[in-house]
Write a new protein. Structure first.
Length: 158
């Protein structure tokens, strides 16, 4: 199984460049999604979804599909960057649970620990596939959790 990168990912030589390119990427740019922070070690990301007319649904709250989209690529990016080119990393499955209306801008944060990186490396050592679930909350500006996402990531040593 081969893995290729999007042209934007191939252009990015640093976390800062990747953040800038992804913020200019039309699916994020036109949806009001902005990467606010991407750590130098690719272990932490903070993403914000602005609240405006184009991100609102019929009821005037954040559109659920856009909230889900704001969380889509980050677990795989963090895992792939930290495991390195010797691994294939893909999204396998995803789910979202809506807990409260998103009436303000919302934020999601992703933090990949060294323990998780070590666990994934160890589990994939023999070349078998590894399926790992990650989860994170989407919070309103007052700290209210408006949604919870889960992402199953596929990892295999090449």
């Amino acid at each position: 199984m081969s893995q290729t990168q999007h042209a934007l990912a191939r252009l990015a030589r640093s976390p800062r460049q990747l953040r800038l390119l992804m913020n200019a990427w039309p699916p994020f740019l036109f949806s009001g999604i902005r990467i606010r922070r991407l750590s130098e070690d690719f272990r932490h990301v903070q993403v914000r979804l602005a609240k405006h007319l184009l991100t609102s649904n019929y009821f005037g709250t954040q559109f659920g599909g856009t909230m889900f989209a704001m969380t889509d690529p980050f677990w795989t990016i963090l895992v792939a960057q930290n495991l390195g080119p010797g691994y294939t990393v893909w999204d396998r499955s995803a789910e979202i649970e809506f807990l409260a209306p998103g009436r303000t801008a919302v934020t999601a944060e992703f933090t990949l620990s060294q323990d998780t990186i070590d666990e994934l490396r160890s589990a994939a050592e023999g070349g078998q596939k590894v399926l790992h679930w990650f989860s994170n909350d989407i919070t309103a500006t007052d700290g209210t959790v408006v949604a919870r996402t889960r992402k199953q990531v596929y990892i295999r040593r090449k």
